[in-house]
Design a binder for this molecule. Structure first.
Ligand code: NDP
Length: 316
């Protein structure tokens, strides 16, 4: 037991990220049933779709699960209403000011965790009353910080800066990486990319294959002027690079990005023109398997690595 397992009332401090287009009720329920915390990614769901996913998740598991709420989501009030109505026990907020919704959610007994990319924002989340923070490093897929702080630097800095528990994210896809994050002071890990390539993920099969095929250096953090995002370097990415080479303005970049790029890539499987948000750790993902198998592999590798570390006989 630690503060994270107690806070969420779960068995293991392994949290599956609420990724847009990839985190449906099937994935959240599988991870929660395995003893971790599954998260439904509501950023890509219209209000009635989130309602359906929460209803189905409640049927599929009697364990706690969460909803990820990007704070810049246009119909956020309706999402909040659904979360409260269905007594969703935990909410992970991201991409916005944690002051806005934290108190209201907590008044309904909901635990609130905010995702940050710097120690400074971890302190802001603590000041806003959040129960914990996710410190997400440069390696992570999707939306990210402009500072490019790697997990190795961010996690201990965040841990030093706040009293509330820190959950590590960014570059974690294995039990060894989980152990390393916990050695840095994290009390739990949030894992995205590895769970995007599972059978229960709602990502398009072509995107899942693209994750499996991704190699070292195949992703990059770009579009920092708009919303910084780590994605696979495909045709769309090349178009962004050409725009940069031609000194594109922010308006021109926004026009190039357009609307629904992420859906096109991750959900509809357009690997050329779509936005394919995934972390650096994709280079180490070699298969698509059931989420429970991924979860159990991480857990057993964590235990093995921990035992290995203590038997290394490294004496000071
Ligand atoms: P875009 O503006 O490019 O497109 C909006 C997309 O969201 C469309 O594909 C649309 O689906 C879907 N959508 C779902 N609900 C609504 C709604 N109520 N109103 C309008 N569109 C809706 O945005 P992105 O695809 O880049 O991002 C979508 C959401 O995900 C945003 O809320 C964003 O903040 C969030 N996000 C959060 C991340 C994070 O927190 N780390 C990472 C990436 C995105 P359709 O095409 O079917 O209309």
């Amino acid at each position: 037991m630690n503060r994270i397992t107690e806070l969420f009332n779960i068995q293991y401090p392994i949290i599956q990220a609420g990724m847009i287009w990839c985190s449906p009720w099937q994935l959240a329920a599988a991870v929660s049933n395995a003893g971790g915390l599954g998260i439904i990614g509501s950023g890509s769901m219209y209000p009635e779709i989130l309602r359906e996913h929460v209803e189905k998740c409640k049927v599929a598991t009697d364990k706690p699960f969460a909803v990820n709420l990007p704070l810049l989501y246009p119909n956020i009030e309706e999402h909040v209403q659904t979360i409260i109505e269905y007594n969703v026990p935990v909410v992970f907020t991201s991409a916005g000011n944690p002051k806005t919704w934290t108190k209201k959610l907590q008044e309904h007994g909901i635990k609130v965790v905010h995702v940050v990319s710097s120690a400074k924002f971890a302190m802001k989340a603590e000041a806003a009353g959040c129960d914990a923070v996710v410190a997400e490093g440069f390696e992570a897929g999707g939306h990210n910080g402009r500072e490019e702080t790697t997990s190795l630097v961010l996690i201990p800095h965040a841990v030093e800066s706040v009293q509330i528990p820190v959950i590590a994210a960014g570059g974690i896809g294995s039990g060894k990486a989980m152990l390393a994050a916990m050695a840095l002071g994290a009390e739990g890990v949030q894992i995205g990319s590895r769970f995007a390539a599972t059978q229960e993920s709602s990502a398009h099969e072509s995107f899942k294959q693209a994750i499996v095929e991704a190699k070292e250096g195949d992703t990059e953090l770009t579009l920092k002027e708009l919303v910084p995002v780590r994605l696979i370097k495909n045709t769309f990415y090349q178009q962004v690079q050409s725009a940069y080479n031609n000194n594109a303005t922010n308006e021109e970049l926004a026009e190039l990005l357009g609307r629904g790029r992420a859906k096109k890539g991750m959900f509809e499987g357009d690997l050329e023109e779509g936005e394919l948000e995934i972390g650096q750790v994709a280079a180490m993902i070699n298969d698509v398997k059931p989420a429970t198998e991924v979860f159990n592999d991480i857990l057993s590798e964590f235990k093995e690595a921990k035992a290995q570390l203590s038997s290394n006989n490294f004496v000071f």
